[in-house]
Design a protein around this ligand. Sequence first.
Ligand code: TYD
Length: 210
Amino acid sequence: MSRGLFISFEGTDGSGKTTQYRLFAEYLVSLGYEVVTTREPGGTPISEKIRGIILDPENTEMDDMTEALLFAAGRAQHVAQLIRPSVEAGKIVLCDRFMDSSIAYQGYARGLGDCVRIINEYAVAGMQPDLTFLLDLPPQAGRSRNVKAGKADRLEKQAMEFHSKVYEGYKKLAEIYPDRFIVIDADGSIEEVQARIRREFFERKATRSE
Ligand code: TYD
């Protein structure tokens, strides 16, 4: 059986990535692909428990390195239990956030640096996304969406400066890994942004299979 595909969706808080990845999943299913949708932090029962600890607004005393290691721990379980077996079974795995979130949030914005990439390389054991959609929306616009809706979690409550660093971190990652990253302008209606994702996906797929 041929290997499937692993696609991650990344972006700042409120960039619309969750809505977009769900729509994209429905679209791929309608084309007949076998699709697995999942998310981080979370994705398996153990990883969802870890998610609860990380995002709990009461955990104000959490150390930055503890946070980075918890994200990586949840990810290791997620890769071992769900992502790798699904990709090896030939499915398309769509993941709402993956390792690049840790590099942007914990590495760049928290300032933990390159150790975050190293920790995560151990956690994912070679399971890197084949493609990563970066939903590009400047943080000011993104933040106001969730804060207005009154559903900010522990990480979304960070200062504006933090979210600007996350955004810069993502932009740097897209420069470092141009073969894997597809930067999508996330300013527009849901339909417009979805159309951009579909177009880029098929363009990239066509170039890869040439
Ligand atoms: P999530 O609930 O998926 O929020 P969103 O709807 O914005 O995607 O993620 C929760 C928060 O966790 C979000 O602010 C991003 C952050 N995060 C990290 O800091 N590092 C990570 O490795 C991951 C996966 C998420």
